[in-house]
Write a protein that binds this ligand. Sequence first.
Ligand SMILES: [Fe+2]
Length: 413
Amino acid sequence: MSKDRKLELYIYVYAVFFAGILLLAYILYRYGNVSVLGVVLFGLLVFISDNLSTPLPKTGSVSVNFGITFACLIIYGPATAALVTLISIFHIKDFLDKVPYYKHLFNAGQYLISIGICSIVFERLFTRIQVNFLTGPNIGAIFLGSIIFFLCNTALTTGAISLSESVNFFHVWVFNFAWLTPFHIFLTLMAIAISFLYVAYGHFTLLFTSLPLIIAQYTYMLRIKERRALLNSIVQIVRTMEAKDIYTAGHSVRVAEYCEQISRELKLNEYDIEIIKNLANLHDIGKIQIDLSILNKHSTLNMEDWDEVKKHPEVGYEIVKEITFLKGAATAILYHHEKIDGTGYPTGIKGDQIPLFAKILCIADSYDAMTTDRPYTRALSKEEAICEIKKNAGTHFDARIANVLVKILEKNV
Ligand SMILES: [Fe+2]
């Protein structure tokens, strides 16, 4: 990152932090009646929830904390909700991991601004009546407040990412946050349920509303951890397999990198990008069943050898479809040697019959194969490989994806 860019980022972080603190002071001054019970109960819940939150593939984390804080805003008003937000900023794990101080400042600032602006608008429209507060205008105020929080929260974070990575603001927002919208709507509905039951039946209802939410979040986090552990083990197997052959060492890692770059250029969402990277890491796992004497053969492969090699997409598919979260996209492995004109294998499907992920995987795999030395072919230079891709666009490769890869490669010359 350039010095100027770094300075801009620091100014941005400090501006967000001080704006958040000013907004907190204004809210405490303007809506001063803080509920100690509210701060203690909801503060404890958001503290637990945020410390059990789940890191996302690219940025930020998934936490149910908004649902709890927003319920607190509905019940007790802006001042109590702002103090609860302040508590939610302290993540023990971040301190243990020695997360840089400016990240804490930024998080504090952006949460305080988001809840602050959301509270001011919400409080103007919401009528706090005991028990049945779910009137039409109040529900409207809740959803408007929720939308304002989401937009402020994601826009401020997007601003920091686009400044630090010099990328388009809108693209960063779409890639990282747009897909969280349904989850945010779910949390808003949970906030309504939590506050309604709390007002109607008392604070013990938090045990049946917020706690299950936190437990669900914790279980989700464990699943993600398990998933990563499982993937790491499988990827290790692939690395060991590749390490035995000097020609394929590091192949899958590079294919995964090309797939990621192509997917970003095609504006796929973060979830799909994570899936395709995992598939790329595992795309040749089916070779595990091929006799090593064929894989390491230094003479041209005969027909029987080729028949053996051509089985690897099907074998790989059978393995990968057993991994629950990759099951739906595992056909990318089955079809990663299919060609647009139908001359590929194992099935000879053509054009749009080939899934998008398989088309991406195919071109990334082919480009890496072209640019690395193989037993009887020398590696092509980047320029030569670009010519090959252009020549085969529309017959071997999908023309649009070929254009995207060429654009990426030419940009990086
Ligand atoms: Fe392959």
